[in-house]
Ligand binder design. Sequence first.
Ligand code: HEC
Length: 160
Amino acid sequence: MNRMKFCLAFAIAAASPTLADDVPFAAPPLVSPGLPSAPSATLGDIMGKLQLRHIKLWFAIKSRNWDLTDYELGQMRDSFENAVILYRNIPVELIASATNPLITLQAAAKAKDFAKAERGFTELTVACNACHKAAQIGFITIQTPTSSPFADQAFSPLKN
Ligand code: HEC
């Protein structure tokens, strides 16, 4: 495609509704009288945070930092809650299949059980991808992180 054609195609794409509007679960709730007018975060933004926390969660588990594991689980639960509040058209069973592993993981952190935590993490990742498939964005594929981009955070537990 030459440069001119590319610019034209881009202009057309920019003029049509944003891609997020085509994703089934990504349409924000209709505005009702008395309710806040616009959602404070898009579903894509909430997901971006979930992605960061999914990585931190894995490195917390891998480092057997159970306090941090527990903390990140709470953060992820909050993100899922925000998704449910702001985007009411997300099927509840798809949310539950992602939040149930959080409960398993919380128990694993409490018991300091690495094998159980690893299984819970896999279940969680499977649930991320199951919902993406259902939302016709199966091309957003989540996996167990291979490296941490958080060079400024130490994941090992503090030694007292
Ligand atoms: C209940 C459904 C559901 C679950 C569960 C879910 N997602 Fe998503 N995810 C979505 C939808 C819908 C979008 C598209 C949002 C949009 O385009 O506005 C999305 C988009 C994303 C994106 C793309 C955001 C971007 O800006 O690049 C990432 C990354 C992502 N999800 C990560 C995750 C991770 C990690 C998990 C699991 C911990 C997860 N998601 C669980 C529904 C879900």
